[in-house]
Design a protein around this ligand. Structure first.
Ligand SMILES: NC(=O)c1ccc[n+]([C@@H]2O[C@H](COP(=O)([O-])OP(=O)(O)OC[C@H]3O[C@@H](n4cnc5c(N)ncnc54)[C@H](OP(=O)(O)O)[C@@H]3O)[C@@H](O)[C@H]2O)c1
Length: 322
């Protein structure tokens, strides 16, 4: 598996890394669907071991994925592996617990302890603030950062990360948070990473980058022949593209065009992932892999792309980009 230097963390992580949001299963936050349906617990467990075997050894999870189920599954599997076999990343920021805001200092401290317990480790490699909504005037940010600074000094995590769906918010809060790694939404149908100025800041500060949702939750593979509905609890029910026959048809056309351009096994996956990896040398992608077959495809697709070919793939998707 190709590895990248993860910016100033100096860690080497797999260029294709493992996203485990779906491993938490279906989930609701109030009435909003925030999880994934259709999973098979045995296949999800097997996917973690297959990822380890394939050298996909940077695993990304969060306290709220299945309200801790994703972390607990990782913890179970990690007991069978040497601790340093996996670069382990998790996040906090969505569950307010008994407090008015999820970034209340006591809630941040408590969520961190919960993650350490579920993961069964003494130290997390990378701990993220999951989003950049720090309350009016960002009033919850300083308190959260103070707690995190103390926890880091105590050895509970090594590197600090900052994430958001909107790269502009990462740019806004980056100077104050001073993260080692950023986790932006990133795939060939969004150009937020460059447009927001985040790409330039990453280069200037030598940050690691972990692009999330590189397939836009599977859509970019062009594998849907007809609109698809998802049950309550599945995040994909919120994404209008799954219900749009015209967009799905265009995605199938683009899939065929990518397959015609890229050689080797898993050409579409390789094209989509490879195009993203050319964005920054310190970038990896967090690819959701729900079973060993998807891990095998991800491992086969991890070969780098020529920059010229990557540019052609970005051009292909210009009509769908916002
Ligand atoms: N920081 C944040 O706010 C944030 C937000 C979202 C995600 N993330 C991270 O990013 C990770 C990945 O993002 P994502 O889960 O949204 O989706 P993604 O990586 O864009 O898509 C993954 C989905 O595509 C399908 N898939 C993957 N490989 C496939 C293959 N070879 N053949 C067919 N289908 C395949 C699978 O779903 P099906 O089999 O069900 O089609 C899989 O769950 C998450 O797990 C999480 O770690 C972070």
């Amino acid at each position: 598996m190709e590895q990248i230097r993860f910016g100033r963390t100096e860690a080497k992580v797999s260029a294709v890394s493992l996203g485990t949001w779906s491993h938490g299963g279906p989930n609701l936050a109030g009435t909003r669907s925030v999880g994934w349906s259709g999973g098979d617990p045995a296949a999800e467990r097997a996917s973690l071991l297959a990822a380890y075997e394939a050298g996909i050894t940077h695993w990304d999870t969060a306290d709220v994925y299945g309200d801790g189920r994703s972390e607990a599954l990782i913890g179970e599997v990690l007991r069978e592996l040497p601790r340093d076999a996996v670069f382990l990343a998790t996040k906090t920021g969505w569950d307010p617990g008994p407090y008015e805001h999820a970034y209340h200092p006591r809630q941040v401290a408590s969520q961190l302890e919960g993650s350490l317990r579920r993961l069964g480790v003494e130290q997390i490699d990378l701990y993220y603030l999951h989003h950049c909504d720090f309350g009016p005037g960002a009033r919850h940010l300083d308190g959260a950062l103070e707690v995190l600074a103390r926890a880091r000094e105590a050895g509970k995590f090594r590197h600090l990360g900052l994430s958001d769906w909107d790269a502009r918010k990462i740019v806004e809060h980056l100077p104050r948070v001073d993260p080692d790694v950023v986790q932006p939404y990133g795939n060939v149908v969004t150009d937020g990473y460059r447009q927001s100025g985040l790409a330039a800041l990453v280069a200037e500060r030598d940050l690691g980058v972990a692009f999330f949702s590189p397939l836009r939750h599977g859509l970019l593979l062009g594998k849907y022949d007809a609109p698809r509905r998802f049950d309550a609890g599945d995040y994909r029910a919120n994404d209008p593209w799954f219900a749009d026959a015209d967009v799905l048809a265009r995605l199938r056309d683009h899939r065929d065009a990518v397959a015609a351009l890229v050689d080797g096994p898993e050409p579409v996956l390789r094209g989509l992932v490879g195009a993203l990896l050319t964005e920054s040398p310190s970038a990896c992608v967090l690819l959701g892999q729900r079973n060993p077959a998807q891990v095998a495809a991800a491992a086969a697709a991890a070969a780098p792309l020529e920059p010229q070919l990557a540019r052609r793939i970005w051009e292909l998707y210009a009509d769908l980009r916002s």
